[in-house]
Write a protein that binds this ligand. Structure first.
Ligand SMILES: NC(=O)c1ccc[n+]([C@@H]2O[C@H](COP(=O)([O-])OP(=O)(O)OC[C@H]3O[C@@H](n4cnc5c(N)ncnc54)[C@H](OP(=O)(O)O)[C@@H]3O)[C@@H](O)[C@H]2O)c1
Length: 239
């Protein structure tokens, strides 16, 4: 029998949760009964997001951190563990895009994208996994993209980061599945958020942040013996 709060008693850390997809995931997990720890770089935006969730009776904790900085990641994970004792669920969602033909991208563009979208997942996962191993259970969900599967003009840095993230996810899954920790990726197509606001696509046909949250909820409510390792999420109509 499905329960109303299937994640009651569990804690989740969601990176990039001040807006967009990360916020929708945090809200969904909170509605499912989880305590949620939110991270992002902008302290005020993050506090506002946590306040919105608390106003909906969700137990939300906000800790500003840049996922590309190992020292800040260590502080984030320590603070979350002090607050919630354990991290049962990690959603690696924080991500940025810089687009343009590769010969026009700056080194700063390249580093911003790779350091956030790929190195950030390594740093946060590395800090969280020991606690999951100690309890022999956990879920890690990495938000990649269909841009991690398909080439697009101007997507050199972004596609490389999301393609690389899929490789990292597949290997983490093999490292950890025998320990009861399931590592999966979700690859959404275009989602209507600030990230894609300059897109020429029809926002009404695009995926919504809640659609990604729904896929996360599906992965987290599998039976223990079942392991959906990858979700490709497309809009019904091409935007
Ligand atoms: N929107 C799409 O079309 C789409 C499609 C497929 C996949 N995705 C992926 O989905 C994820 C979320 O995208 P979104 O559309 O929700 O983007 P968004 O609306 O721009 O939100 C990005 C979130 O990540 C945070 N963030 C960015 N850099 C960070 C860093 N270095 N450390 C910590 N937090 C950081 C941002 O907060 P601060 O700026 O305050 O740090 C914000 O909370 C990304 O990984 C993106 O690549 C998006």
């Amino acid at each position: 029998m499905p329960t109303e709060h299937p994640l009651a008693g569990q804690s989740a850390l969601i990176t990039g949760a001040s807006r967009g997809i990360g916020f929708a995931i945090a809200r969904r997990l909170g509605q499912m009964g989880a305590r949620v720890s939110l991270c992002g770089r902008d302290k005020k935006a993050l506090e506002d997001a946590a306040t919105r969730l608390r106003n909906e009776s969700i137990d939300a904790f906000a800790f500003p951190a840049d996922v590309s900085r190992a020292d800040q990641v260590a502080s984030l994970v320590d603070a979350t563990l002090k607050k919630f004792d354990a991290i049962d669920i990690l959603i690696n969602n924080a991500g940025v895009g810089r687009f343009g033909p590769i010969h026009q991208l700056t080194e700063t563009d390249w580093d911003a994208v790779l350091d956030t979208n790929l190195k950030g997942v390594f740093l946060v996962s590395r800090a969280v996994i020991p606690g999951m191993l100690a309890r022999s259970r956990g879920h890690i969900i990495n938000i990649s993209s269909l841009a991690g599967k398909n080439a697009m003009p101007g997507g050199g840095a972004y596609c490389a980061s999301k393609w690389g993230l899929l490789g990292l996810t597949y290997c983490m899954a093999e490292d950890l599945r025998a320990h009861g920790i399931r590592v999966a990726s979700i690859c959404p197509g275009s989602v209507a958020t600030d990230f894609s606001h300059s897109s020429t696509k029809d926002a009404k046909k695009m995926l919504q942040p809640d659609d990604v949250a729904h896929a996360v909820a599906m992965l987290l409510t599998q039976a223990p013996q079942s392991f959906i390792s990858e979700v490709l999420l497309r809009p019904t109509q091409k935007p």
